[in-house]
Design a protein around this ligand. Structure first.
Ligand code: RIB
Ligand code: CA
Length: 303
């Protein structure tokens, strides 16, 4: 039985690859895509998500727009590499309604098997928790791309998705549901080298051809892991970890989010040594088996 998943995205290039993998992987059933402001304004992330699904032939998978800004903060800037306007053809507009309402309605009507995969600032997820706290019992687990144990990518210690909306992230980590954190410590170790980019481009599916274009875009903009060769497709790692959780090396510990620090707002504070005395609330990714990750990517893209 395929695992039902919902992706919450701020579609830029790596969200798009994650969407294409999730839509096409035989072990996943992509129930819907909710969008949020992050990499770009909400209208752009929603339009990019529609173009990604429609161009690949998935006009049946709903796209529902959510929060247009973080809970409290202004929407921070992102890199031009992430805030691109896709030119893939679109066949429809977003499903009417609000992503937070759709998330709550879909989860509350479910049998509790849905895996929630946030790949963006956590504003929609926090708002859904405030609207209906009982969704915690209806989500099998949360596998999110975000955070960092060691180094940030927006500040020395904050990763973009958390940095954009630290207050929302704190609410998500305090909710009490199972969380797997696929942070920069993982995504920076899953760089796709040129030979494997070529292998993706050698596939014949529309999903693979679109992914090839997205990877080429990254190569042109040198979206790499801290100067190492290879393309970093952050969000794809979280989707892959839903299919094959064992590809991750994790530590189970207490995680909280800094929301007031001048220098540290958005930092995921991971208590790996149990110094706070708080019980663990998160499986924090430390490493990833690249071969298993890339296998899932190829299977999702029609390899
Ligand atoms: O830090 C990487 C994350 O920020 C990814 O989800 C990327 O899409 C951007 O949202
Ligand atoms: Ca994203």
């Amino acid at each position: 039985m395929p695992t039902p998943v919902i992706l919450d995205v701020d579609t830029g290039y790596d969200d798009a690859v994650a969407i294409l993998m999730a839509a096409g992987h035989p072990q996943l059933e992509l129930l819907g895509v909710t969008t949020v402001a992050g990499n770009a304004p909400l209208a752009v992330t929603t339009d990019n998500s529609l173009r990604t699904l429609d161009a690949a032939g998935y006009t049946n998978i709903p796209v529902i727009a959510g929060a247009h800004r973080p809970l409290l903060r202004e929407l921070g800037g992102s890199s031009d590499a992430q805030s691109q306007h896709f030119r893939f053809p679109k066949a429809r507009e977003a499903t009417p309604g609000y992503a937070v309402d759709w998330l709550v309605d879909t989860l509350m009507a479910s049998d509790g098997e849905i895996v929630l995969v946030p790949l963006a600032p956590l504003t929609n997820i926090a708002l859904a928790l405030y609207k209906e706290p009982r969704i915690v019992e209806k989500v099998r687990k949360v596998v999110l791309m975000g955070g960092a144990l060691h180094r940030g990518n927006m500040t020395p210690n904050a990763e973009f998705n958390i940095w954009i909306d630290p207050e929302a992230a704190r609410i998500v980590w305090q909710a009490g549901w199972p969380i797997v954190m696929v942070g920069l410590d993982v995504t920076g170790r899953a760089l796709i080298p040129p030979d494997d980019v070529a292998r993706v481009k050698g596939l014949t599916s529309k999903r693979a051809r679109m992914t090839g274009e997205l990877l080429d875009f990254c190569v042109q903009r040198e979206v790499v892991g801290w100067g190492k060769p290879g393309v970093q497709i952050f969000d794809a790692c979280a989707v892959a970890a839903v299919v094959d959780p064992g590809m991750l090396t994790t530590t189970h510990c207490f995680v909280d989010v800094e929301t007031t620090g001048t220098l540290t707002a958005g930092m995921t504070v991971c208590d790996v040594d149990g110094l706070t005395g708080h019980p663990p609330n998160c499986h924090v990714g430390l490493d990833i088996d690249y071969a298993r990750f890339f296998r899932v990517m190829l299977d999702g893209l029609g390899g």
